[in-house]
Design a protein around this ligand. Structure first.
Ligand SMILES: [Zn+2]
Length: 149
C-alpha cells in the first residue's frame, strides 16, 4: 500500500471538543474528527472553495480531498443526529506555514516576518505569541484529557 500523504493544514481548530448539552460526559460517545478532515470542512464549507482549489491548498489530489470531506460530513452528521460529542485531533498533517497562537486571546495566525521576530496578535495586539506545532493536536494523554474539557 502507498503511504498516506501528509496533508497541509493552514489553520488549526480554535476549539477541539464539542459536547452535546444535557448529557453527562461519561455517557457521551465521542466522534473523532481528524485535523485534516476539519481543514477540508473549513476550506470547502466555510471558505466556499471549489474542491480542486481546496485540494491544491492541502497538497492532495481532488478525489482524495472529496473523500476526506465526505468522511468529515459523515462524522459530523452522525454526531449531531445521534447527539455525540466531537473531538478534533490526530490525522496526517502538517501546517503549511508557521502558526502562532496568542496567549491572551487564543487567536491563531501565521506571521511572515523576520525569523527572529514573532510580531503581535492581529486580534488584540498582544505580543505574547507562541508557536503551535501539529503535535499539540495528536492524541491527548489520559491525564490531560480532563483539563481540556
Ligand atoms: Zn490576541
Amino acid at each position: 500500500m502507498k503511504p498516506r500523504k501528509i496533508r497541509d493544514v493552514s489553520f488549526p481548530p480554535k476549539v477541539v471538543f464539542f459536547k452535546p448539552q444535557g448529557i453527562p460526559l461519561r455517557e457521551v460517545e465521542i466522534v473523532n474528527l481528524t485535523v485534516d478532515e476539519y481543514e477540508a470542512v473549513r476550506l470547502a464549507d466555510y471558505e466556499n472553495l471549489k474542491h480542486y482549489e481546496a485540494a491544491k491548498k492541502m497538497n492532495i489530489s481532488r478525489p482524495t480531498f472529496t473523500r476526506l470531506l465526505e468522511s468529515a460530513h459523515k462524522k459530523i452528521s452522525n454526531s449531531i443526529v445521534e447527539g455525540k460529542a466531537i473531538r478534533i485531533e490526530g490525522g496526517d498533517f502538517k501546517f503549511s506555514d508557521k502558526i502562532f497562537q496568542c496567549k491572551r486571546c487564543g487567536q491563531f495566525q501565521n506571521i511572515q516576518k523576520k525569523e527572529d521576530e514573532t510580531g503581535s496578535c492581529v486580534n488584540c495586539s498582544s505580543d505574547e505569541l507562541k508557536e503551535v506545532f501539529p503535535d499539540s493536536f495528536r492524541r491527548f494523554r489520559r491525564g490531560r484529557q480532563k483539563e481540556n474539557l
